[in-house]
Design a protein around this ligand. Structure first.
Ligand SMILES: [Zn+2]
Length: 160
């Protein structure tokens, strides 16, 4: 997923890329191709690259342990600049281009952003139920000393 910026006119350009997830270096649980739609905006001092990327992955549900497929999506903006006299260093979203650099590769950024786009809680469906056998029996309510009962009732009414 490379963009040739030599001789690119100022203004907005858009690109569509597809690259096998394996070729991008993503883990094996990602299937098929990574798709990326890029909107590039070139101005005098910088190039802004806005990327929308997606890929299908196979994950294991946190609740029922079933495997399921889900599309992982991400979007991010990277800035490429020749202006290296300011303080900003080369970080994840800000890149300094050398004068002779003609190619912008978004592979690494897409890979990183897709990797962090995976939700922390993976559920096969929104309200996946825990299989019956895993559900603990409800605890028997503890009997309360009648002297505390009044206080507890009071606390309950306050909460309401
Ligand atoms: Zn599940």
């Amino acid at each position: 997923m490379k963009i040739n910026i030599s001789g690119l006119s100022e203004g907005v350009h858009s690109y569509d890329f597809a690259k096998p997830a394996i070729a991008l270096g993503l883990e094996q649980n990602y299937l098929g191709e990574v798709h990326a739609h890029v909107t590039l905006e070139k101005s005098i001092h910088q190039i802004a690259v806005m990327v929308n990327a997606s890929v299908k992955g196979v994950f294991v549900c946190d609740r029922c342990a079933d495997e399921f497929e889900e599309e992982v999506k991400t979007s991010f903006t990277s800035i490429y600049s020749w202006n290296n006299d300011d303080e900003a260093g080369d970080d994840d979203d800000f890149h300094i281009l050398r004068k002779e650099e003609n190619i912008i590769s978004i592979d690494d950024s897409v890979k990183e952003y897709l990797a962090i786009a995976v939700p922390l809680k993976l559920l096969c469906k929104k309200n996946c139920d825990i299989p019956e056998s895993f559900i603990a029996k409800p605890e028997v309510e503890v009997t309360i000393d009648p002297r505390w009962k009044k206080l507890q009732d009071l606390l309950r009414t306050e909460k309401n």
